[in-house]
Design a protein around this ligand. Structure first.
Ligand code: RAM
Length: 334
């Protein structure tokens, strides 16, 4: 009888242990650039929905400051927690490679989303929109708003952010076309995706370049800061703001004319697509190679393609234009 009980307890303990191991395998983490960014919160919310509707646990993390060092600390903690997967929104293209390789060597499926990390450190990248198209579109907008000639500046996130740096690279490529010979990029400023710093950088641009016609901010934090500065200084109509903005943060600036139009994608969908990429990698349905196919819940089917950086990616879709005709429909959505 005693033997029976001992065995029962042993089996029960093993089952309990087994369940907890499975539980540990079922944790899916996302690490955003930094806290306090409504765009990041929406992206993480989409990831959480996608993970939870598949019956797993989502871990949402972001450091206070948008640095690679701070993300490295978080990744070390996630490795110790034995998460199944890490979805990283990189604060640096290369600096995270050693820690991400360490995670991979321990069986964790690592991929980037929104802001990529080096192909050697990731299985694939979830890209919100075609990077070349974003670069081209933003220069075309600057040209249009400047009336074809004059000075414009870029207000970016951090100088290391790989998504912004890629978009800026493609902006510079577009600017080489003869059509833009009278459009002059005078400065690239960095507001680090921090609200106050972005405001002071925008003010600095206006001080240093009194003839500035357009500020292009390829960051939701930067564009909202620049639009606020132009509004507060009574410069609407003199300096136009465009770039990538959240409709919920930018509606009043599109309505008051500070920002004639801007672009973005649905950040909730980016995170949600990340959730299904994570589970497809962990289940072994995909490995991240070109041609891999998987289904992403309400978003439908996706195929992994070659990324311009030599790695692979999964593309959410085309960017969307927001202007006075449609902003009211979108400002409550994201
Ligand atoms: C900011 C972040 C994010 C970027 C958007 C457009 O919120 O830098 O990574 O994708 O802007």
């Amino acid at each position: 009888m005693r033997k029976f009980f001992t065995r029962t307890i042993m089996v029960a303990t093993m089952i309990a242990l087994g369940v907890s191991l499975v539980g540990a395998q079922a944790k899916y983490a996302i690490v955003f650039k930094n806290t306090g960014n409504p765009y990041g919160e929406k992206q993480m919310a989409g990831f959480k929905t996608g993970i939870e509707e598949q019956g797993f646990e989502a871990i949402l993390r972001a450091p206070d400051q948008p640095t690679a060092e701070a993300q490295i600390q978080i990744i070390e903690q996630l490795i110790a927690q034995k998460v199944a997967s890490i979805c990283i929104v990189g604060n640096d293209f290369n600096a995270l490679t050693p820690v991400l390789k360490k995670a991979t060597s321990q069986g964790i499926k690592v991929f980037s989303l929104d802001s990529s990390v080096a192909p050697a450190a990731r299985l694939t990248h979830v890209n919100q929109a075609d990077s070349v198209k974003i670069g081209k579109t933003l220069v075309q907008a600057a040209y249009d708003m400047a009336g074809g000639s004059g000075e414009f500046a870029i207000l970016s996130a951090t100088s290391q952010a790989s998504n912004q740096n890629l978009w800026i690279k493609y902006m510079k490529d577009e600017l080489k076309l003869d059509k833009y010979k009278n459009l002059k990029l005078v400065k690239i400023a960095y507001g680090d995706d921090l609200r106050d710093k972005s405001v002071s950088e925008a003010e600095g641009l206006l001080r240093s370049y009194p003839n500035l016609k357009v500020i292009v901010a390829p960051t939701t934090v930067g564009i909202a800061a620049a639009a606020k500065v132009v509004t507060d200084k009574g410069l609407i109509g003199k300096v136009a703001i465009t770039g990538l903005g959240l409709p919920s943060e930018m509606a009043s600036y599109i309505e008051n004319g500070a920002c004639p139009y801007m672009f973005l994608w649905n950040p909730i969908d980016v995170g949600y697509l990340g959730a299904y990429t994570a589970t497809a990698l962990v289940s072994g349905k995909i490995t991240g190679k070109v041609g891999d196919k998987f289904s992403a819940g309400r978003l439908g089917e996706y195929t992994i393609t070659k990324a311009p950086d030599g790695g692979t990616e999964v593309l959410l879709g085309p960017p969307f234009k927001f202007d006075p005709s449609n902003i009211a429909d979108w400002k409550t959505v994201y």
